[in-house]
Design a protein. Structure first.
Lengths: 506, 313
């Protein structure tokens, strides 16, 4: 096989800080080459160098054996390299066809846009991706995330890409869509496209990749055919130390009921949800996006107060109309969207952590800065937050460390009921296992944890019980022993209401 | 963030010192105790409102109606005292109270109906000014008793009365914004209202209180204004909001919210007033002064943005 693109001895530093050191990397026609590593390992920078966004300080890039100097993303695209970014760069108000041909639309002899040709070619490209159901005239904003991603891939292919770089393409997809995406990637590979696949999700890498390159702290740890690796070995290459278990939920003594929901509802998005969460228990909630899992959490937490049913904390009926009330009842919510809901990113670690406990840090109404700083220092030590200090701006931290700040600020309220919505989305393996270990330790201390997750292995590995939501209500319940990927997956997509429910929890 | 603010304020302080030196070279009447105290007197109304406006803008809002509230309260003071026949102290309190109500109404529209602050207060700018003109019927009120002028024309310990009031309010505002839980709620609401709400901060109540305070302090400024010029007219305070916003933004408060300090606003105010007065004394016409203030505003923002980018990278 000949290399479509070949990088040799690539180094790059920003403002004197070295982010890539002597990296060699290549992709051949018809192969999937996975690029893995923790956040901050240098994957993004390497992608940006291939995509023409950054220029390497030293080293060579060859495309089909020819030495190249990419001055801009446009130059890189002209050489047949296309990048599908993690956050999709589409125009929501334009049509699918317009998005696919943005910047290189076919023209008529008069220089006007050749609409019939544009629509026809858009149709062909989507058909090649087995996406016959996407209408080329649909507004992109009206499509699901999975379909938007296909539009983005079609856009890459429309420029005759020989090398397709995919940056965490499954980060915001649900399981079903992930499988379909993987089959599209295989399809492209079989047609001779060389694919660089960046992902944190190990099962995908083992399902898809031909070769794997691991980066750590800006250096290449190694490149190996997938056949020579197993999960344990790959993780230890990424993290630099062996990780015993990815989901270390230890068996704990399940105590008294902490939180009971009785026929809880909010409008039509959450309907008749009844469940009981006990001390020391991790209760996993699985379900597709849009099944009402997050909406249930928002209702319990008082963001969207319940319209029907009741909530009991410690067996006593309570009204929760606001997050303040929820917090004062000992409920904490680690939200789904870290950047929007979890953190005030332009502020410091210290200011973020104290936000939930301002009153207890204040004498009268004036904040005691020494207490505040001590809380932040203690949290940084306790949760292993990698930061320069309490005054570092949260935005500058990696995803995993940001998530630890969210956890720290909520654990500062000393909650007894912890709701975690996608607790490890978009964070690297090392931080992920730290957060799982922490959840396990919290449960052992008697907290009840309600965990919402789209990652089935996480749900199965961490939960004592698994509940499945669909169309705003609970449709199935499994004990740890009986929860298998097949059973839970089937309940998420197939189950009719109440047909699979093995019994009311309360 | 704190590092950046220190820098912005240092730039302002340096600019202020430079301006003072240059202006005092231009005219020997500029750098005299009498002139500076008199400038303090003239600055007090804009200054008072700028304190509240700092909170408003830090919370990612804007209040365009402050000048109209000032006009409305000024008119009502005259009406309550002369036409209704209330004792003057009561009329003063009632006026300030109406200012607070006007601010509360702004806050109510913004928090309850999710009207963007720019639109809400643009509407009430017209509404309150219209009310003021309708009530006054183009008549002015004069003949206030002698004791009333202490507020706007008198002195305490050799310093203009309203300057004392302004300084007291500034100290309180600095403490509240700088180290109180309310101040922290203001910053958090301005930087990320969703995250603030998800953290148990009563965002809507904070916003409501801020706009109410803005109305109250505009009412207080109205009383001082009337006392200073000894008459009441319905066009009082027209365009005042622009001076106030300029001072606050010059002081380093981000128009996008989440960032700003009272110290910065004070420096911004001082720089603006020094330029106005100093340039006038140096013989520059009014329009020239506005041009200089505009240029300085743009320059400070560009310099501090550049420095910030450096410290972020």
């Amino acid at each position: 096989m000949t290399a479509l693109i070949e990088l040799a001895g690539i180094s790059k530093s920003f403002a004197g800080i070295s982010v890539l050191r002597d990296i060699s990397f290549d992709v051949c026609a018809g192969e999937v080459h996975a690029l893995v590593g923790e956040n901050g390992a240098g994957k993004s920078t390497l992608i940006k160098i291939m995509g023409g966004v950054h220029r390497a300080d030293t080293g060579e890039i060859r495309v089909n054996g020819e030495l190249m100097h990419f001055a801009s993303p446009r130059a890189s695209a002209a050489s047949g390299i296309a990048v599908v970014h993690q956050e999709l760069l589409l125009f929501p108000d334009l049509s699918v066809a317009e998005n696919i041909f943005m910047g290189h639309a076919p023209r008529t002899g008069w220089g006007a846009l050749d609409w019939p040709q544009m629509r026809r070619r858009a149709r062909e490209l989507l058909d090649r991706l087995q996406s016959h159901h996407i209408d080329v005239d649909a507004r992109v904003g009206s499509l699901s995330v999975a379909n938007r991603q296909r539009v983005e891939i079609a856009r890459a292919l429309s420029q005759d890409a020989r090398v397709l770089i995919m940056d965490e393409p499954t980060a915001s997809l649900v399981e079903e869509d992930v499988q379909q995406l993987l089959s599209i990637v295989r399809l492209l590979r079989d047609k001779g496209v060389g694919i660089v696949y960046v992902s944190h999700k190990l099962p995908e890498i083992f399902a898809l990749a031909d070769r794997v390159t691991v980066l750590r702290d800006g250096a290449r740890v190694g490149t190996a055919p997938i056949g020579e690796l197993d999960e344990r070995k790959l993780v230890s290459m990424m993290v630099g130390r062996p990780i015993d278990q990815l989901f270390p939920k230890q068996a704990t003594k399940i105590g008294a009921p902490l939180l009971e929901l009785r026929d809880l509802g909010f409008g039509s998005v959450v309907r008749d949800v009844s469940l009981t969460l006990h001390a020391g228990e991790v209760l996993g909630i699985a379900g597709l996006i849009g099944s009402g899992r997050t909406e249930l959490a928002l209702t319990v937490f008082g963001i969207t107060p319940a319209t029907t049913g009741e909530i009991l904390v410690d067996g006593k009926a309570v009204r929760i109309e606001s997050p303040q009330q929820a917090r004062d009842l000992g409920i904490a919510y680690v939200p789904e969207d870290r950047g929007l809901q979890g953190l005030v990113r332009p502020q410091s670690i210290q200011e973020n952590i104290s936000l939930t406990v301002l009153k207890s840090l204040a004498t009268g109404t004036l904040i005691d800065h020494r207490k505040e700083e001590k809380l932040a220092r203690d949290s940084i030590a306790k949760f292993g937050i990698r930061a320069l200090g309490p005054r570092q701006i949260v935005r500058q931290l990696s995803g995993g460390n940001q998530q630890k700040v969210v956890l720290a600020k909520w654990l500062a309220t000393e909650p007894r009921i912890l709701i975690m919505d996608e607790p490890t989305r978009g964070i690297d393996v090392g931080a992920k296992s730290e957060i799982h270990a922490l959840m396990s330790a919290l449960a052992a201390r008697g907290l009840g944890i309600l965990m919402i997750s789209s990652e089935l292995p996480e749900v199965l590995g961490m939960s004592d019980r698994v509940l499945v939501m669909k169309n705003g209500t609970l449709v199935a319940e499994f004990d740890r022993a009986e929860a298998s990927a097949e059973a839970v997956g089937a309940a998420m997509t197939l189950a009719n209401n109440a047909s699979n429910r093995s019994g009311e929890a309360a | 963030m704190s590092r950046y603010l220190v820098r912005h304020e240092s730039i302002l302080a340096i600019l202020l010192v430079l301006a003072l030196i240059v202006l005092s070279l231009q005219s020997d009447r500029f750098f005299t105790v009498d002139n500076l105290l008199n400038q303090g007197r003239l600055m007090a109304e804009v200054g008072l409102i700028a304190l509240a406006m700092t909170f408003v803008i830090v919370s990612a809002g804007i209040d365009l109606s402050v000048g109209s509230i000032l006009g409305l309260v000024a008119i009502l003071l005259g009406v309550f005292w002369q036409n209704v026949g209330l004792p003057l102290p009561l009329a003063m309190m009632l006026g300030v109270f109406v200012g607070g109500l006007a601010g509360l109404f702004n806050g109510f529209i913004i928090t309850r109906f999710r009207v963007p602050p720019l639109i809400a207060t643009l509407a009430t700018l017209a509404l309150y000014r219209g009310l003021a003109e309708g009530i006054s019927q183009a008549r002015s009120v004069r003949g206030y008793p002698e004791w009333f002028f202490v507020l706007g024309q008198g002195e305490v310990l050799g310093v203009p009365t309203q300057l004392w009031i302004f300084l007291a309010c500034a100290v309180i505002a600095a403490i509240v914004l700088g180290i109180s839980t309310f101040g922290r709620a203001t910053y958090a609401s301005g930087a990320n209202a969703v995250a603030a709400r998800f953290s148990g901060i009563p965002v809507d109540r904070t916003i409501l209180l801020i706009y109410t305070a803005s109305g109250l302090i505009s009412g207080l400024a109205a009383i001082i204004f009337v006392s200073r010029v000894s008459t009441t007219r319905s066009d009082m305070g027209t365009g005042l909001e622009l001076d106030v916003i300029t001072a606050v933004v010059l002081g380093g408060t981000s128009i996008f919210g989440g960032r700003g300090t009272i110290i910065g606003t004070m420096l911004g105010l001082a720089l603006m007033q020094a330029l106005k007065n100093g340039l006038a004394l140096a013989g520059v016409k009014g329009d020239g002064t506005i041009v200089v203030i505009g240029l300085i505003l743009i320059a400070t923002i560009i310099i501090s943005n550049l420095l910030r980018r450096e410290s972020d990278g």
